[in-house]
Design a protein around this ligand. Structure first.
Ligand code: AMP
Ligand code: GLY
Length: 421
């Protein structure tokens, strides 16, 4: 089978690496991909916003299955257009991708189906939003409704901060994404990410992970796309996973189907494990980045038939087998990230990949045969081991072999798991 993977980050490198190991694969194409994937896939300069061009490429190349990595093409309806052209696609329709594309949509779904999440209200103008803040006080969370590249959420410890966030949204700081604002109750607890594959009717639990969103050690500094992750998340015990499936994931799958937009693809639940149990913070409709990298390190099964089963309504016929080990990834980013950073800085050496350690590439490019950093998050140094301490030691040992002057990383990935009693 010929497969096309859409995307170019570390998440897609990890997916490409796993898909490429499948005996069912004849050839893997990635659009646009990055140099790290070149040894497992053919890189194609396709613009994924041009849906007709993607369809034409698939027809001319004999692609049978398309896997979409990032959320933007899903929200824009790429999966719908590919399905309309008769292709099998891993990823939700634009209607189902609203689970990520609109926070208000997800909150309303939760309300209708009794899914545990913070109490909330939706607003399209400033005055009633400010009046609501006066009523509920702080701490409180203010969110731009739409996709705001991870920047649209303010966890406000004071009412003034919350008011500033509301004004910021309605003054256009997030463009169309901020035209509607969701104000929701602050949830207290430990965060975890939980991943399931869905085929519209059923869900297959994949596993859990914990991300490190702040740029600095000790969870300080501005938010990023994620500076490191490990899987599994200790807080997601078997009992907690069972409750999450019963109380959050399965009602969502049933609710989406009943509402006429069945969800297929990967459902990534951002959870807060509160004193009451798991509560939904948000959904994403794609794998997490860098959470995907640690999940792929732990997956023993062939990924391709599992993704295909999700895309074709046969998820009840497959199972996923996981290594009973911990995987951990450290993100190396360009100095300055998440703010401005220099581009085209040379990466002179990378550690060799082996059975326990592997470097996935994200924001890299080749310039005159020299590997250079062109993005904010650039390398994901990933390792697996019998426990989080071993995985972490292996990952940092490899990190120290990276020769890239303009790179930096957090030195404390996994701290929460290591300091648990
Ligand atoms: P989101 O983009 O919705 O994942 O939000 C970004 C981050 O804000 C989350 O990872 C949480 O750390 C925090 N957050 C979002 N919603 C809440 C909430 N209701 N209570 C507490 N923290 C939240
Ligand atoms: N690492 C968080 C995300 O992918 O949304």
């Amino acid at each position: 089978m010929k497969v096309l993977l859409i995307g170019s980050g570390g998440r897609e490198h990890a997916l490409a690496w796993k898909i490429a190991q499948s005996p069912q694969l004849t050839r893997l194409y990635v659009a646009p991909g990055n140099p790290g994937m070149a040894d497992v896939a053919e890189l194609v300069a396709l613009d994924s916003t041009d849906h007709a061009a993607v369809v034409t490429f698939c027809r001319e190349t004999g692609i049978e299955f398309v896997v979409v990595g990032p959320e933007a093409p899903l929200v824009a309806g790429l999966a719908d257009d590919l399905r309309a052209a008769g292709l099998a696609v891993f990823g939700p329709s634009a209607a189902a991708a609203q689970l990520e594309g609109s926070k208000g949509f997800t909150k309303d779904l939760c309300a209708r189906h009794g899914i545990p999440t913070g109490a909330y209200r939706r607003f399209t103008t400033e005055a009633p939003a400010l009046a609501y803040l006066a009523e509920v006080g702080a701490p409180i969370v203010v969110k731009a409704d739409g996709l705001a590249a991870g920047k649209g959420v303010t966890v406000a410890m004071t009412r003034e901060e919350a008011e500033a966030a509301v004004r910021d949204c309605f003054s256009g700081s997030f463009g169309a994404a901020g035209a509607e604002v969701v104000i929701e109750a602050f949830l207290d607890g430990e965060e975890a990410s939980f991943f399931c594959l869905c085929d519209g009717r059923t869900a297959l639990a994949l596993g859990s992970a914990q991300d490190h969103k702040r740029v600095g050690d000790g969870d300080t500094g501005p938010n990023t796309g994620g500076m490191g992750a490990y899987s599994p998340a200790p807080v997601m015990s078997e009992a907690m996973v069972a409750r999450t499936m019963d109380e959050i994931i399965l009602p969502t799958i049933r609710g989406m189907a009943a509402d006429g937009h069945p969800f297929t693809g990967v459902l990534f639940a951002g959870l807060m494990i509160t004193a009451k149990g798991p509560e939904l913070i948000e959904y994403n409709v794609r794998f997490g980045d860098p959470e995907c990298q640690v999940l792929m390190m732990r997956l023993d099964s062939d990924l391709l038939p599992i993704l295909l089963a999700a895309a074709t309504g046969r998820l009840d016929q497959v199972e996923a087998v996981w290594r009973d080990e911990t995987a951990l990834t450290v993100v190396l980013a360009s100095k300055g990230y998440p703010g401005a950073y220099a581009k085209s800085t040379p990466i002179r050496a990378l550690p060799a990949n082996d059975t326990t350690t592997r470097v996935f590439q994200a924001g890299t490019a080749l310039e005159e045969d020299q590997l250079v950093a062109v993005g904010g998050r650039v390398l994901n140094v990933t390792a697996i081991g019998p426990d989080v301490a071993t995985a972490r030691a292996r990952a940092y040992e490899a990190v120290d072999k990276v020769d890239w002057e303009n790179g930096f990383c957090r030195r404390d990935i996994g701290w929460r798991a290591l300091t648990r009693g």
